[in-house]
Design a protein around this ligand. Structure first.
Ligand code: PHE
Length: 439
């Protein structure tokens, strides 16, 4: 099983872990997680999301790691390597998902960058809803989106070690610290307990709807960066000494941990200030309207809290965006023999252009997010579990190196063969029904 000789590798195990956690932790953990939790009734949704992360997310994550490290190739080539040319379209779909997601992701990251800078130089907007309306679409949104994309391109062009790994080693610990600081601060607010109650007290009635199930599954996939080859690509730069099951568990727990702690900051803030009714009203804008509203009411401290919050969000967005572009770039390097720099610039530019429609209209953005999260990633996860469960010649041989003593691999393969694809097929079907029904 020869790997392309010139392929880069992570310089350390920690480098991979932090880059993978960096991919997972992003807007999904703070922006998407909080609005979905708010919309779907709080703790019940969180519980489902944890269940999906463990029972479906973890096995698929390990499948991606096995495919990536086992082949030492980017998604299209990795699938062809183990499955033959018929699997090429699936790899193509992953690359398409990278285009689609990064295009609108970068627009949201652009808003975040702007809020971060404004917290320092301008302060918190007096009328957050009006402010969001002004900045969320149009020429300014495009400008910030392009600026963000340019940053991502520069880092990815720098390479696996000098670009991605170096940035992750600095930014991820910073993000953890910022999110923890926010949660501690939120605990000191009067009225925080209302927020905790909403967030942590489970109302089991809410668990019955298939729609909540679908949203929780989509969120688990989006948040873990699964179903489009991001984790696969990062694992392709990993050596055969590493313990893949351990890595998958660390990534999943870190991802859930950050989402959970971010919730411990967001919900007390919103409830302490009586803003809970506003959250469900605007989905994509929830975090960008409600939270600045809360910050404004905190007086002088509000500006600092706003800065810390948006800076953390921006860091998360950046490290995730890097992994999205890396899927596309590494595919062009492997398939067309492009140089990394050319691939990063050309493809980054193409994605930046694709980001213009969502930067013009938040409805388009919301639609792209739904299609990506509920259809593309779920379909990708379904196919990946079938591929590794049934088609890949010897999946065990790819996870075992570095993890010889692990006994539950049999369970892993069994989960990938039947329960995971079944559950994902139901979720996908639900997603399609919802899309056709127009909601
Ligand atoms: N996991 C990232 C987040 O939570 C988003 C992402 C999805 C990144 C798919 C890469 C691939 O923000």
């Amino acid at each position: 099983m020869s790997q392309p000789a010139s392929r880069e590798q992570w310089s350390s195990r920690l480098g991979f872990t932090l880059a993978a956690v960096g991919s997972a932790v992003g807007l999904g953990n703070m922006w998407r997680f909080s609005y979905l939790t708010a919309e779907n009734g709080g703790a019940a949704f969180v519980l489902l999301y944890v269940g999906f992360t463990l029972l479906i997310g973890l096995p698929v994550l390990l499948a991606e790691l096995a495919l990536g490290r086992g082949s030492g190739r980017s998604p299209i080539q990795a699938l062809m390597h183990f499955g033959g040319p018929r699997w090429m379209p699936l790899g193509g779909l992953f690359v398409a998902a990278g285009f689609l997601i990064l295009a609108y992701y970068s627009v949201i990251a652009g808003w975040t960058a702007r809020y971060t800078v404004e917290a320092i130089f301008v302060g918190v907007p007096a009328d957050p809803a009006a402010h969001f309306g002004e900045i969320s679409s149009g020429a300014q949104a495009i400008g910030w989106h392009l600026l963000f994309m340019a940053t991502v391109v520069v880092i990815v062009a720098g390479g696996v070690r000098a670009g991605i790994e170096r940035v992750s080693l600095v930014l991820m610990p910073l993000l953890f610290a910022l999110v923890c600081a926010l949660a501690i601060y939120a605990a000191t607010l009067d009225g925080a307990s209302e927020g905790y109650r909403f967030y942590l007290e489970v109302d089991f009635d809410k668990l019955r709807s298939l729609d909540v199930l679908r949203q929780a599954a989509g969120q688990a996939f989006f948040s873990l960066s699964l179903g489009m080859g991001a984790m696969l690509t990062y694992a392709s730069y990993l050596s055969r000494q590493e313990h893949l099951p351990n890595e998958s568990v660390i990534v999943a727990f870190a991802d859930f941990g950050v989402a959970f702690v971010a919730g411990l900051a967001v919900f007390p803030l919103i409830f302490a200030l009586g803003l809970q009714t506003q959250v469900g009203e605007s989905t994509v804008g929830a975090l960008f309207i409600t939270l600045p509203g809360a910050f404004a009411e905190l007086g002088g401290a509000g500006r600092i809290v706003a800065f810390v919050f948006f800076a953390a969000l921006l860091v998360g967005a950046l490290t995730s965006a890097i992994s999205l572009l890396e899927v596309v770039v590494s595919s062009a390097i492997d398939s067309f023999g492009w140089s990394r720099k050319v691939a990063a610039v050309v493809l980054g530019l193409a994605i930046a252009l694709l980001g213009i429609p969502p930067a013009m209209d938040t409805d388009i953005l919301g639609w792209m997010d739904t299609v990506a999260g509920n259809l593309f990633l779920v379909f990708g996860g379904l196919m990946l579990s079938l591929f590794v469960g049934w088609r890949m010649p010897d999946a065990m041989a790819q996870v075992t190196p570095g993890a010889e003593g692990v006994r539950w691999f049999g369970l892993w393969l069994w989960l990938l063969r039947i329960p995971v694809p079944l559950a994902l097929a139901v979720v996908l079907w639900q997603g399609l029904v919802q899309l056709v029904a127009g909601s």
